[in-house]
Design a protein around this ligand. Structure first.
Ligand code: ATP
Ligand code: MG
Length: 264
């Protein structure tokens, strides 16, 4: 069984991609085979977080029927697997959303968990990613604009009868200007399932192109991402797939390698 976890928000820039990569690595470290898919077609930035620009094959190539999805899977040094989105504006304009839906379904059976790094708001791309989701995580910062922006996303997810696991608060500083947990839970009618503190090493990790959980596992933000991963696994996870066995090709970021062989 492959589980799709969609990461969505109301407002942009709240920490979705940071959560996708850090949770992705934490789940990998806990023994799951994980693919992080960049489904933020409007402002794709997963590859920037992981230092992998200009990858030759993207999700868009799969959507356009040019290649099999296994050829768009890359392995980051940390062990997480990623599928990049195209950075090209032309590709965004041409994107066929029905074909995107079909391409997503090709990931079923290939891995344990697909973490879908979504776009902000509720454009077509978010709705498709919601459709595909088995579970949804809502990312917000503890401030009114971010929380109120997420209300509609939660509402649409509920209308689509999706399992919304809860809110992940990120960049939490714990000062008096922030919204209180109880108020956030009341506005969103959801439990807060993780509070990721603001930590400069999270920013540093992006500059270094690695998830913080990989290079700074001991800091408080990373520990909270590991706690979140454990919580998600506790929520009844099935893993009956051997990692990697289905990939025709697995490429290190920027380097094509044959399965089972080390990149030079
Ligand atoms: N826990 C944290 N501590 C410090 N900075 C953080 C933390 N989480 C995220 N950030 C910073 O917040 C910024 C936005 O993060 P990110 O790119 O993950 O947001 P996003 O929701 O994916 O944005 P977009 O909607 O544009 O895709 C980044 O500069 C990142 O470094
Ligand atoms: Mg992002």
């Amino acid at each position: 069984m492959t589980k799709f976890i969609s990461i969505l928000s109301g407002k942009g820039g709240v920490g979705k991609t940071t959560t996708a990569t850090n949770l992705g690595y934490a789940l990998t470290k806990l023994g799951r085979d994980v693919i992080v898919l960049d489904a933020n077609f409007t402002t794709p930035n997963l590859n920037l977080h992981l230092g992998a620009v200009n990858l030759p094959t993207t999700f868009h190539d799969v959507v356009q029927g040019k290649t099999d999805i296994t050829n768009a899977i890359y392995q980051h040094k940390s062990g997480i697997k990623v599928i990049p989105a195209s950075m090209s504006l032309k590709h965004l304009k041409e994107l066929d959303f029905k074909a995107a839906r079909d391409a997503l379904s090709k990931l079923k059976g290939l891995t344990d968990i697909v973490i879908v790094d979504g776009a902000a708001g509720l454009g077509d791309e978010s709705v498709i990613m919601l459709e595909a989701a088995d579970e949804v995580l809502i990312i917000a910062n503890p401030e009114i604009t971010s929380v109120s922006g997420a209300v509609r996303t939660v509402k649409v997810a509920n209308e689509m009868k999706k399992v919304v696991l809860g809110v992940v608060l990120t960049r939490v500083r714990g000062d008096k200007l922030e919204m209180k947990d109880a108020d956030i839970e009341k506005v969103l009618e959801l439990p807060i399932i993780a509070k990721i503190p603001y930590h400069k090493e999270v920013k540093q990790s992006i500059i270094r192109k690695h998830p913080a959980t990989y290079i700074y596992p001991e800091n408080k933000a990373s520990k909270e991402y590991f706690n979140l991963a454990q919580k998600l696994l506790g929520a009844k996870f099935n893993s009956d797939i051997e990692p990697n066995i289905f990939y025709g090709f697995l490429r290190k970021i920027g380097i094509r390698i044959e399965r089972g062989r080390q990149a030079p």
